[in-house]
Design a protein around this ligand. Structure first.
Ligand code: KIV
Ligand code: ZN
Length: 385
């Protein structure tokens, strides 16, 4: 088994979601929970972006001891100085510097030539290295960059002292095969790449963030970045809980440990949802309300005979309550009887069948059958017994 680092950016890229704004106390609460979850690195904010972010990063650096705390910085001395001021009290000061490398970003956003971009990147990493032992350098929009240019600039920033190289799919454009191939290419062509961490950072614009992150892992990534519940710019970042659980459930295939305390996943997800006000879609993988709910009769029957028929993840694994067999119009007699017994109703077969017929009629009329509905229905049969 090899080990992969989990870099959580809920408090930075996650907070960049439209409509999300966390205050310092809320950020500290989330950071503490991320520490309990066991993430390797917490990106706690962007210190040069606002006094509030500076304050939050500084306080988190003073609070969190078991995860490395980092802050984002543009490739400029003023930003790096500000980040150092926020993080100098951290156990292991770490900075995350980024600079765009794709033709579209260099020409239209930075308005710099590729040679100028290399010089800025090298200079910023060298400068950051005066303060920080750990310097992560990100090639923003890496997946739309020229691979030869990436090889060149990465070699230069490693020589300048970068300890982690991050290759973001900034706009969620890459396919898993392309993103994986980029990692393979860098591991085979950048001299010295084996001495640094190689990181994946995926956005979900085309719904491929989880597949892309796993492809990067299969092709040499040793760190993955993402957020809890997949919050983030536009369609969000990769959801870290999906990566951690996928690597666990398919550990015979991946043979990779994440160090994540899986039974803290549900708590982390709920806390982030509550404090950001960002609702989790019901069918969201791993943490959605329906992730462990079974409604159809055939599935419920299978679950009652052997849960392995339809459940590859148990709710207990992620610290959730037990599996729910939801009573609805697709539910079968087996699940209905099981629920009745669990509610304390021991009806003879004919009564149970009558109750089941009434239940099906009600389920056709009503979207959701509650415990109270079942109680009334079963009590009626008991009284008429
Ligand atoms: O998506 C991205 O490129 C980023 C960088 C700042 C790393 O978030
Ligand atoms: Zn991002």
């Amino acid at each position: 088994m090899s080990q992969i680092d989990i870099f959580d950016t809920t408090l930075r890229d996650g907070e960049q979601s439209a409509g999300i704004n966390l205050n310092t106390a809320e950020k500290i609460e989330i950071a503490r929970q991320l520490e309990r979850l066991g993430v390797t690195i917490i990106e706690s904010g962007f210190p040069a972006s606002s006094p509030g972010d500076f304050d939050a990063v500084q306080r988190i650096a003073g609070t969190v001891k078991n995860s490395i705390v980092t802050g984002l910085s543009r490739s400029m001395k003023a930003d790096i100085d500000r980040t150092w001021d926020a993080l100098k009290g951290a156990e292991q000061p770490h900075i995350h510097i980024f600079l765009a490398t794709s033709p579209i970003h260099m020409e239209h956003k930075l308005m710099k030539t590729p040679e100028q971009v290399v010089d800025i990147a090298v200079e910023s990493v060298r400068y950051a290295k005066k303060f920080f032992p750990l310097v992560q350098w990100s090639a923003e929009d890496a997946s739309r960059s020229d691979p030869e240019f990436l090889v060149h600039i990465i070699k230069k920033v490693i020589e300048a002292g970068a300890t982690t190289i991050n290759l973001p799919d900034t706009v969620g454009y890459a396919t898993p095969a392309e993103y994986g191939a980029m990692f393979r290419y860098m591991t085979e062509n950048v001299p010295g790449i084996e001495n640094v961490k190689l990181s994946a950072h995926c956005h979900n614009d085309l719904g491929m963030a989880t597949a892309n992150t796993l492809a990067a892992i299969e092709n040499g990534a040793t760190q993955v970045e993402g957020t809890i519940n997949g919050i983030g710019e536009r369609a969000g970042n990769v959801a870290l809980e999906e990566i951690a659980v996928a690597l666990h459930i398919r550990k015979q295939f991946y043979e990779i440990e994440t160090g994540i305390n899986l039974n803290e996943i549900k708590r982390s997800s709920q806390l982030v949802s509550q404090l950001t006000g960002s609702i989790i879609q019901p069918n969201k993988a791993v943490v959605g309300k329906n992730a462990f709910a079974h409604e159809s009769g055939i599935h419920q029957d299978g679950m009652l005979k052997n849960p392995l028929t339809y459940e590859i993840i148990t709710p207990e694994l992620i610290g959730d309550a037990a599996t729910e067999l939801v009573m609805g119009k697709h539910s079968g007699r087996h699940a209905f009887r099981d629920r009745a017994v669990k509610m304390g109703f021991e009806l003879p077969d004919d009564k149970l069948n009558e109750a089941f017929v009434e239940f099906k009629k009600l389920a056709d009329r009503k979207k959701q059958i509650t415990e109270d509905d079942l109680f009334v229905l079963l009590t009626d049969q008991q009284i008429n017994d």
